[in-house]
Ligand binder design. Structure first.
Ligand code: SF4
Length: 353
């Protein structure tokens, strides 16, 4: 059982983050935010994929000015991502649900003060988004681009906001590699109670990011660290949500859909398991009820796995078994097994929904 760190609960729009709230999954659009139609399309795609929150880049005045119209066309909470120009944050604050700043590049603290004031007036939270590659000079000079440097920067900026009476804060500490990312979050976690936004930045393509994010976010989540997360994948939208939710599911932090146990296959295999499992994945995508199912290529481990599965197939020579909650309910020719299995899964899902 994972014991999550007790953190302060804040709200990004209507989505709670921290405290006992479910861990939310976010992503970020990659359209030019000033292209309102394209951005709304991407937000809708993310919403459909199951995103809880969406972040949009605000690199210029055209993007900042587009936010009001974008916000009118979506119900997903929006986070404005601000670098360098604090004035963009002041405009964004009029429309969005949260402001993300990178204190390392906003510059003079009077500018951060202005942003805090705008957020205070509208009850908006601020994400202090520390990136290892863009630490403030004093921290980079002292610590280099290290976890310690990120933590020092975070603490400095938390203190700065607290001194202004602002505590609706969440924090991210992102490096582009697993070790520094995990170290930074672990170092900072005992030092405050603000919710953490987890992520490995610039994590690469689908394959590499999935591995890096699974290791880093998985390690932290199993330590009870993390209140919201983003998996960064080059040029992907919906996959970021899919991978993020899968990490939460496989860490045991959410229960949704099928947990499919399938064997890796070997020379003992008695059926086309690769095709069977692909069909199971495809034809059960719509099921949100949490179910354990197992699809195994021969009897060696199938009966053992079936004991803890809601529904299972154990392939044998020319025929196989359908097993439900440990009980064999049918012995059928191989070609009939999949259809019966899917029927039983649908029934079980309905019964438990
Ligand atoms: S279940 Fe059977 S086919 Fe699958 S890996 Fe194990 S021994 Fe091989």
């Amino acid at each position: 059982m994972i014991k999550r760190y007790k953190t302060k609960k804040i709200y990004v729009g209507n989505v709670p983050i921290g405290g006992d709230s479910p861990i939310s999954v976010q992503s970020m659009t990659y359209s030019k935010t000033s292209d309102i139609n394209a951005t709304v399309e991407q937000i809708k795609a993310l919403h459909f994929a199951g995103a809880d929150i969406v972040r949009v880049a605000v690199p210029d005045m055209a993007a900042a000015n587009a936010l009001k119209t974008i916000k009118e066309q979506t119900t997903l909470p929006l986070v404005a991502d601000i670098h360098f120009n604090y004035k963009l944050a002041l405009i964004a604050a009029e429309s969005v649900d949260c402001i993300r700043i990178n204190p390392g590049n906003i510059g003079d603290k009077t500018r951060v003060k202005e942003i805090v004031k705008a957020c205070q007036e509208r009850n908006l939270p601020i994400r202090i988004g520390i990136n290892c590659g863009s630490l403030e000079e004093q921290f980079e000079n002292k610590y280099g681009q290290t976890a310690q440097g990120m933590v020092a920067s975070a603490q400095y900026n938390i203190q700065f906001l607290e001194d202004l009476g602002f505590t609706d804060i969440k924090i991210s500490l992102k490096a582009s590699d697993v070790q520094r990312t995990v170290e930074a979050y672990r170092l900072l976690r005992p030092l405050n109670a603000y919710p953490f936004h987890l992520g490995v930045t610039e994590a690469g393509t689908l394959f590499h990011s999935t591995i890096k994010s699974s290791i880093a976010l998985g390690s932290l989540l199993l330590d009870g660290i993390g209140d919201t997360l983003r998996v960064s994948i080059t040029g992907e939208l919906e996959k970021e949500i899919e991978v993020g939710r899968a990490i939460l599911k496989d860490a045991g932090l959410i229960k949704e859909g099928l947990n499919i146990i399938s064997c890796p296959t070997c020379g003992r295999i008695e059926a086309d398991l690769v095709d069977a499992v692909a069909q199971v994945e495809e034809k059960t995508k719509h099921i949100k009820t949490p179910l354990n199912v197992s699809v195994m290529g021969c009897v060696v481990n199938a009966l053992g796995e079936a004991k803890s599965a809601d529904v299972a197939i154990a392939y044998g020579k020319g025929s196989g078994l359908i097993i439900k909650k440990g009980e064999t309910i049918a012995k059928l020719p191989t070609q009939e097994l999949l259809e019966r299995f899917l029927k039983e899964v649908e029934e079980e899902a309905k019964k438990n929904s």
